[in-house]
Design a protein around this ligand. Structure first.
Ligand SMILES: [Mg+2]
Length: 115
């Protein structure tokens, strides 16, 4: 089971500022059966409202520094956090997740490609 965590601001197109990751990619991850959600500096309520307003049902919303708690909630084999800042990378690695910069996610066919 793969879990993909998205930062919001500067990462997703619905962020403030908008980032390079289209919500279509989030929907694709969901269609693939991955556990998906957000880990952001925004409040949990704010994150949930944003997903709701875009009609995407997520499996979790988390504070960015609590990715380790997200990891503990799901029996995953691999966790990936996608973000745009060094704190995203630090939080991801502290939780044992892979980290991808939002503007540099692996191309189709790359060894670590998941979409
Ligand atoms: Mg960000």
């Amino acid at each position: 089971m793969i879990l993909i965590s998205f930062d919001i601001d500067g990462t997703l197109e619905m962020g403030d500022p908008p980032g390079p990751i289209p919500l279509a990619l989030v929907r694709l991850a969901k269609e693939r059966g991955y556990v998906i959600g957000s880990a952001s500096d925004r409040t949990l309520l704010d994150q949930q409202r944003l997903w709701d307003s875009n009609e995407i049902t997520v499996d979790f919303v988390s504070n960015k520094h609590r990715l380790n708690e997200v990891r503990a909630r799901f029996p995953i084999s691999r966790g990936i956090h996608i973000g745009d800042a060094i704190m995203d990378e630090i939080s991801a690695h502290q939780a044992g997740f892979d980290f991808w910069y939002a503007d540099a996610i692996p191309e189709a066919g790359a060894h670590n490609w998941v979409f």
